[in-house]
Each structure stands twice: as C-alpha cells, then as structure tokens.
Design a protein around this ligand. Structure first.
Ligand code: SF4
Ligand code: SF4
Length: 441
C-alpha cells in the first residue's frame, strides 16, 4: 500500500517568524551544570562510558552507541562528571550524565578528513560524531544516509522550515551558506546522484537569493534551488517529495530505500563540521521565542543547557506565560519543567500567554469535514478520533492511523476544538503496543 502524499495546498497559519527571523544567531550562555540524557535520539539509549569524578573536554565521548540505531553523545563543555542519575527530559524520564562546567572550554576533536573519503568513511565519521537529524526528528543520520543496494538517486535538502515561530534553519542557512553548499556538493559527487535539490519556502527570499548567487558564482550548477509555497505543512518530507520529485515512499519503506537522501539544512551544517573540521555534534541553534519573552533570539546553544538558562539569557518574561512548547505550535510538545536540557533535536522553545480561544472546551463535531480537507495525507481525522474513543483498534488500523505525520492541521482547523491530533497520537501508540504484544506472543 502506498502513502497518498497528494500535493495538497496545506493550510494558512500565521507564521510569527518576524520575532526572530532578522536576528543574527548569538552564542548562548555558559551554564554551571549541563545535563545529557542518553535517550536524546530515536533508537537505543547510548551506553554511559564515564564515571562520577571523570574530567571531560568539549567533544569527549560520554555515551556510546552500542546498537545500529543509536547515536554517540559527547560533552559540550569541559569540566567534571558530578552525577549519573535519572532526570526529566523532553522524551520523559531518562538516565542522564550531569557535568559541572569548569569554564575552561578545553576541546578535543576528531581527525580531519578531506574530500577523497569513501562513502563508508563518510558514514563512519557521521556515526562517530553522533549526528542525528536536527530538524526535530532525532533519527541517527549515518543510518538514514546508508545507501540501499541500487544506490541513491536524489538528494533533497529540506530548508522549508514551515513550523510557525521557528527560524533556526533560516538563520543557519543565511549564516553558513558556504559550509552548507560545500557539503551538499560533496555529497552529490560522493553518492553520484542524478539530482540534488535544496527546497526553500518562498517566504525566505534572502536565503533563496544568496544560494542562487553562490551556486552561480561557484559553478555548482548540479545543485538546484527549488522554491516551495510557504503554506503549512510544506516542510513535511512526504509532501516535499511529492511536490518536488513526484515521488512517493511506500508505507513499509523509508526514503533511503527508494533512492532518496533527505536531510535538514542544520544537519548538513553538522555533517560539515564533523567531516571537514573534526567537530562532534555538541551544539545547535535554538529559536527561543514567543510573545511573553522579553527578547526572543536565535541562540547557538550547547547541548545539555537547561531551558531556564535560555529564558534568562532572553531577559526573562515580559508577560505571564501560560504554555511552554518544545518545537512549534503545530507539532511541538508542551512541557512544564524548565530544568529540562536542550537536546540535539530541540529546534525551538516557544512561550505563549493564556489564549481563551485555544482553551475553549471541546464541542460536538458539526460534520463540517474541514479536518478531512486539511489532512495532507488524506486521512479522516474525525473518524480515527471516534474509533480511538471507542477503542476500535481494528477500525483505527483500517483508517491508516499510523500514516499520520503529526502535522496538527486537523486540530488547528477544527471549529469544535476537538483535540484530534492528541487522540490520533494516542491511537498510534496503542496500535504499536498491540503489534509488539502480538509479536512477542
Ligand atoms: S495530524 Fe491530522 S491533519 Fe496532520 S496528518 Fe495527522 S490526521 Fe492528518
Ligand atoms: S473539523 Fe472538527 S467539527 Fe469539522 S468534521 Fe472535523 S472534527 Fe468535526
């Protein structure tokens, strides 16, 4: 069965990017203590390889990936390991390494590589450097880029960044164009693909201009810039593929198996640093934003920095904050504990005031079908929600619940304020648990 990623138009959502899109990235605070959850990626937790009392530097390996789908974790400061304990993280309770910063910022790096490396050496370096998708998915990049038997045919770099408020990728693209283009061009030749595209939403005209000029002046005609409409959820991988390459990924497959390398622009910058500079993934740009913050900013943040330190770095709150979200308002996860640390896939921290409209109580469905029209993957959200509430797991399966891409369009558009995405996410979780139980019988 194929996923039906039709080139729907998406929905109009106010983008709120004006709070930070013209602000240059600034270097973040030096926290006293940094917290490293061993589960900050999709896959098996990293295995702790340091003990309390050990001295570490920036780039010291502290968590080792022992399974294929896992990722190495490195310290982002120099200092001392002061505890290994369970703490709250964006992904729930996790075993964490706590490091006390000595503010010396001593560093250790991996060896430098050049452009003569093989695909295996390239993937090995990405794995060694602990790179995972920085666009919010957190999937280990060395696994994602591993070529299928018949090789890769396309590279699609995702610079769409359609989630409201987020300007991380926008700033990374503007401020690192040479590094990103060098790496994309290198990957084009390394994987010997027939087409390489960077997709950018048409509300980022400064980035589009810059990249087109650079491509032309550096004779990189093999890289194509593709402008996509700035409508939500244009950055979703399946929609990008359908819109740009008219390609669909079968439900049981991943993009790599159909010959596609797809990667987020910030991940490409991390690959550049790992391969050409020997720097493991220890920091990332986070958009810290929202109408209640005094000074929203794009902050180059050490992985492991507590959220509270970033709030203070932005001058604290100017207004009462009702809701804190990791990610944007459409796909993000609410959180309540500001001691939680920044992870490799934390793109945005969003702070919102009380909104009477959002907090309105759910009303009965008026059968307007707006949720069905809005769904980019042609699901029937209200039917899935009903099936979930009646514990009809067979029906949830028939309704293809697991193909939901969690874009949140259905919840956003629903005039009756029915938490459709919440119901659908719970149904997906339940279906997974049922399948696991059946497999273990
Ligand atoms: S969140 Fe709603 S609109 Fe988005 S894919 Fe899932 S069901 Fe469709
Ligand atoms: S958008 Fe809301 S009210 Fe309209 S059909 Fe869907 S669930 Fe019902």
């Amino acid at each position: 069965m194929k996923k039906l990623f039709q080139a729907r138009q998406g929905i109009d959502v106010p983008d709120h990017k004006g709070l930070t899109n013209n602000k240059k990235t600034v270097k973040g605070p030096g926290s006293e203590e940094l917290v490293f959850p061993m589960t900050m990626h999709i896959g098996a937790p990293a295995e702790i390889i340091v003990d309390e009392g050990n001295h570490v530097k920036i780039g010291t390996l502290i968590g080792n990936a022992t399974k294929t789908i896992s990722a190495n974790i490195h310290s982002s400061v120099s200092g001392q390991v002061i505890a290994v304990e369970e703490r709250e993280s964006f992904k729930g309770k996790a075993t964490c390494i706590i490091i006390k910063n000595d503010f010396m910022y001593e560093e250790e790096r991996l060896s430098l590589l050049d452009e003569s490396i093989s695909i295996d050496e390239f993937l090995e370096r990405i794995s060694e450097a602990g790179i995972t998708g920085k666009g919010g998915a957190g999937f280990p990049t060395h696994v994602k880029l591993d070529p299928p038997e018949n090789g890769h045919r396309y590279i699609l770099i995702n610079g769409a960044e359609c989630e409201p408020y987020s300007t991380t990728d926008h700033r990374v693209m503007l401020e690192n164009s040479q590094e990103i283009l060098r790496t994309v061009s290198f990957m084009h030749h390394l994987f010997d693909v027939k087409k390489t595209i960077i997709a950018i939403e048409d509300n980022k005209s400064d980035v589009i201009r810059l990249y087109k000029d650079s491509i032309s002046s550096h004779n990189m005609k093999h890289i194509e810039i593709h402008e996509v409409p700035s409508r939500y959820p244009q950055g979703e991988q399946g929609l990008l593929l359908k819109t740009i390459l008219d390609l669909e990924v079968p439900e049981e497959d991943n993009a790599s198996n159909v010959g596609l390398i797809s990667s987020n622009v910030s991940t490409i910058k991390a690959i550049h640093d790992a391969v050409f500079m020997g720097i493991p993934l220890t920091e990332r740009v986070v958009t810290v934003t929202g109408p209640t913050l005094k000074n929203p900013q794009n902050i180059l943040t050490r992985i492991g920095t507590p959220v509270q330190d970033l709030i203070e770095f932005c001058g604290g709150f100017a207004h009462e904050t009702d809701k804190m979200i990791s990610g944007g308002p459409m796909m993000g996860q609410p959180f309540s504990d500001t001691t939680i640390p920044i992870e490799k896939d934390t793109t945005t921290l969003l702070f919102l005031p009380y909104d009477a409209e959002v907090r309105k109580n759910e009303r009965p469905c008026i059968r307007c079908a707006k949720c069905i029209d809005a769904c980019p993957v042609y699901l029937q959200p209200i039917l899935i929600s009903n099936a979930y509430r009646e514990s009809r797991w067979d029906l949830c399966e028939v309704l293809k619940t697991e193909t939901c891409v969690r874009c949140g369009c259905c919840t956003y558009i629903c005039p009756s304020k029915i938490p459709l995405l919440e119901d659908i996410s719970k149904a997906v979780k339940q279906l997974k648990e049922i399948k696991e139980r059946d497999e273990n019988k």
